[in-house]
Design a protein. Structure first.
Length: 161
């Protein structure tokens, strides 16, 4: 009888031993606030606390903004940032941008997080991957650009094959 009790007790403990930690509401609030802070006023310390080393970002909106700066064009369907180091290099060269939360935003962001406990971090999770689309014209206006609407005349454009 003693032999049957021991495996039963071990079986009860098994789910807890293999359970993976889940994001709490506090973790979500911390990560979204930190990501917003990275976008509005970049800091390498905050990037290291918030993003994994293998961080990647897919965003046609960001690529559109990068391409509008006259730099080497990037493929629209490619990665906007290929690593945390790439994000840090690009973000540190950008001016601060007004970013207020909560504000209604037209767009969507999906963040993939991973469990990465570390000393000095406000959460045990880091952002590993971002998929985001937003109104890049509104972003340019926030940076001080003036958007000139197209003329009201109808234009015909011919494409040659």
């Amino acid at each position: 009888m003693k032999l049957l009790v021991l495996p039963a007790l071990l079986a009860l403990c098994l789910p807890f031993a293999t359970a993976k930690p889940c994001l709490s509401q506090s973790d979500v609030n911390t990560l979204t606030t930190h990501f917003g802070d990275l976008v509005s006023a970049y800091s390498q310390k905050l990037a290291n606390q918030t993003l994994t080393v293998n961080f990647v970002d897919y965003s046609e909106s960001i690529i559109t903004l990068m391409d509008s700066a006259g730099t080497t064009p990037k493929a629209l369907l490619g990665m906007a940032f290929t690593s945390r180091a790439n994000f840090e290099a690009e973000s540190s060269a950008q001016p601060s941008v007004p970013f207020q939360s909560p504000q209604p935003v037209v767009g969507i962001s999906v963040l993939q997080t991973v469990y990465r406990p570390g000393r000095g971090n406000a959460t045990n999770f880091k952002i590993n991957e971002v998929w985001a689309e937003f109104d890049s014209a509104a972003w340019l206006i926030d940076l001080g650009f003036t958007i000139t609407p197209p003329s009201s005349k109808k234009r015909e454009i011919a494409f040659e094959a």
